[in-house]
Design a protein around this ligand. Structure first.
Ligand code: PLP
Length: 481
């Protein structure tokens, strides 16, 4: 067999493979609503079965595909299930699925504009379009697609350090006179802690700000902490506000944080990985007012825009800062782009070689349009209201104050010890029912709560009804034990 036959096959075998692929994708999408959203995996068995795959025999493509498809069906939480009330992992758009296949086949290399002018310019167009949606001026917007939100947050820390400390890019942290510190609320995403470690700041450089009883960053404490830190000889440089916390879907008071950041000359980063999507809903966009003052923004299209993982975006209103942080020249790379404003992505981001991340956003948006997304997101927001209503009717206590569709709730009037045990029991019952997936999280002061997020555009009112009935039944069953 020649190399082509080994890796790419003859046209007839390929056609069969593509048919099998398309059939199995369509079969999954049609049948997954009837499946158990969280089948239980036997991890020991899984490992043993995989150990048998020692790659010493060649398997035909059809059998190899069957093996993987069967195991994906049986061994994953089905995030595309309409009753996966989960962790910002949506069902994916059909255009997004098609886009990922195209990106794999055409395999454009997005390191340089020379290799992939269409792909690079599509991403640039999207970055500008999204930046402007968030309120940046067109001449200011810059940004980059990232692997995901964690990388966008990491990029935010690097650019904040680069901008605030002109010596940072050359001398690193050791060249700075004072220890830089940054401010996160205790509800911020933990990828920012990793980012602090990755930048060499260490997690002690994070000064944690408590939240108020609405679970929002406490701005008075922030102000006092900055003053104290300056008096103690630290160099405050960054504050992060979250638009849609992971735990509770709460939006920090961005405009107030922006005012403090501006007065104190701190870089303001808004982590809008999930909640940034409210920018598409005129009735809700005021929730994130002030985001246009952010020096940088994280937005994940693989969350509320429902494109396949992973499609993060880092946006900024400082058009020079990415180049200051990442510019590099390499002799073997094709000559840098000629002309004003044409940029080689490898000089502009953490990644070097990378896939065409923006295509799934571009194709999804081309077909759905802003209006399509507005309708979808609005519908999910309304289902969140419905869930709060149904839970209240059934005497559950909703504890997170947000109009967004993340609902944290508990069984009222229980002591902390009882609450812990009861919620664990209810969670187990719901998961064992095979009807829905929800989770437990801990809010401020470590209080455990059940959490359900409408993350799937296929979720309907009857799915909410089924979940609430399941919760009520689980509570009754536990009372009788
Ligand atoms: C608010 C927030 N920021 C950042 C992230 C990290 O995003 P990713 O998982 O895409 O890396 C998440 C993940 O859920 C998140 O909720």
């Amino acid at each position: 067999m020649n190399a082509d036959q080994i890796l790419s096959f003859d046209p007839e075998t390929r056609r069969k493979l593509w048919n099998q692929l398309m059939e199995s994708i369509e079969d999954y999408l049609e049948r997954v609503p009837e499946a158990n959203p969280s089948p239980v995996s036997d991890l020991e068995n899984l490992r043993t079965m995989l150990a048998e795959q020692d790659f010493n025999q060649q398997i035909n493509p059809e059998h190899a595909m069957d093996f993987v498809i069967r195991n994906l069906w049986e061994n994953q939480v089905h995030t595309p299930h309409p009753r996966y009330f989960g962790l910002f992992n949506p069902a994916t758009t059909s255009m997004g699925i098609a886009a990922d296949a195209l990106a794999a086949a055409f395999n454009p290399q997005l390191a340089t504009i020379n290799h992939s002018p269409f792909a690079v310019e599509v991403e640039r167009h999207l970055v500008h379009t999204f930046g402007q949606r968030f309120g940046y001026k067109s001449e200011e917007v810059d940004g980059t697609f990232t692997n995901a939100g964690a990388e966008a947050n990491h990029t935010a820390l690097i650019t904040a350090l680069t901008h605030q400390f002109p010596d940072f890019a050359r001398k690193g942290l050791r060249g700075l006179e004072r220890q830089p510190v940054l401010y996160l609320s205790n509800q911020s995403h933990h990828s920012l802690v990793k980012a602090a470690r990755l930048c060499g700041l260490g997690s002690d450089a994070i000064h944690w700000i408590p939240v108020n009883d609405r679970l929002q960053l406490e701005v008075n404490v922030l102000e006092r902490q900055i003053a104290q830190d300056r008096a103690d000889g630290f160099a405050p440089f960054l504050v992060v506000a979250t638009a849609g916390t992971t735990n509770a879907g709460v939006v920090d008071p961005i405009a107030s944080v922006a005012e403090i950041a501006s007065r104190e000359r701190l870089w303001l980063h808004v982590d809008a990985a999930w909640g940034g999507a409210v920018v598409f809903i005129p009735e809700l966009s005021d929730l994130i007012k002030g985001i246009e003052q952010a020096d940088s923004i994280t937005f994940d299209a693989h969350k509320w825009l429902s494109v396949p993982m992973a499609a993060g975006m880092y946006l900024t209103r400082h058009p020079q800062v990415l180049s200051q942080a990442f510019r590099i020249t390499a002799e073997y790379m094709p000559t840098a782009a000629e002309g004003e404003g044409f940029i080689d992505p490898y000089t502009h981001s953490i990644q070097w070689s990378r896939r065409f991340i923006g295509l799934k956003v571009f194709l999804s948006l081309l077909v759905a349009g802003w209006e399509g997304y507005r309708q979808v997101i609005q519908h999910q927001v309304e289902l969140g209201d419905l869930m709060r209503e149904k839970l209240a009717e059934a005497m559950w206590e909703v504890v997170n104050p947000t109009p967004l569709p993340v609902v944290c709730f508990t069984n009222p009037n229980l002591s902390q010890v009882e609450e812990e045990k009861t919620l664990e029991g209810i969670l187990r019952e719901v998961l064992d029912s095979g009807k829905a997936w929800i989770s437990i999280t801990r809010l401020d002061k470590n209080r455990p709560v059940l959490r359900a997020c409408i993350t799937n555009y296929r979720t309907k009112a009857e799915d909410i009804q089924i979940l609430v009935e399941e919760l009520n039944n689980a509570r009754e069953r536990l009372k009788k034990r």
